[in-house]
Design a binder for this molecule. Structure first.
Ligand SMILES: [Fe+2]
Ligand SMILES: [Fe+2]
Length: 228
């Protein structure tokens, strides 16, 4: 709980500073787009076999649409996005760390599930990994997107995440139901995996802060604020 409150506070400060700077804000939206696109790609690449249901296909479609939504929202900040504003790391905010956050989570969840479900088929292990990674990412997205929307409203920037937030909330509920159905020890497993995600996100947030707060003093003051 303490970590959660700390992350909320740090995200508020980070996002206020990103929004103030056009270049950083464009990169931030592009990074959200990149992460959504990565999510959609991961679902298509996962070897889900018999577990690939209509619901999961709809998740993949919606993640792809979210990637498009964030990409086209850049135009609200700058009507002509340069042609080459692609997912090159130079156009992202902490691009390599964004990649590592997602990959790191995938890798840790896979390792954990493989140990716990040693006799299960590959498709079942992939399916459980998909469920847990998605659940953890959706929970994090819920926190980040709500704070981002608040900050956008405060700055009177007409970008509305309402549709994306509603779809992410629906995904979270559906995924939670599936986790409960397919893993009888889901509460214990979720507890451990949430801690892993919290540590990874903490690392990722620090990388984002380093990109936004250029001086060490600024960074130190963000980390100290709220502790006093
Ligand atoms: Fe999404
Ligand atoms: Fe989602």
């Amino acid at each position: 709980m303490q970590k959660r409150n700390e992350h909320i506070r740090r995200l508020e400060i980070l996002l206020d500073n990103i929004i103030k700077d056009l270049d950083l804000h464009m990169k931030w939206l592009n990074t959200l787009s990149y992460l959504e696109h990565t999510g959609a790609k991961k679902i298509h690449k996962a070897n889900l076999g018999p577990y690939l249901t209509e619901k999961i296909l709809s998740h993949a479609c919606e993640e792809a649409r979210h990637a498009y939504f964030y990409k086209k929202s850049i135009r609200k900040l700058k009507p002509e996005i340069p042609e080459d504003f692609n997912y090159d790391y130079k156009n992202l905010l902490a691009g390599f760390s964004s990649f590592k956050y997602f990959q790191g989570l995938d890798w840790n969840v896979l390792k954990f599930i493989k140990e716990k479900f040693i006799d299960s088929k590959t498709s079942f292990i992939s399916f459980l990994c998909y469920l847990y990674v998605t659940y953890l990412i959706e929970e994090r997205a819920d926190m980040v997107f709500h704070i981002y929307q608040e900050r956008l409203n405060k700055a009177n920037i007409p970008i509305n995440l309402g549709g994306v937030i509603r779809e992410e909330e629906k995904h979270l509920e559906e995924i939670y139901e599936m986790i409960k159905r397919f893993d009888e020890n889901y509460d214990k497993h979720l507890y451990t995996l949430s801690e892993i995600e919290t540590n990874l996100f903490d690392w990722y947030l620090t990388r984002l802060e380093k990109m936004v707060f250029h001086s060490n003093e600024d960074l130190i003051s963000v980390h100290q604020e709220g502790l006093e």
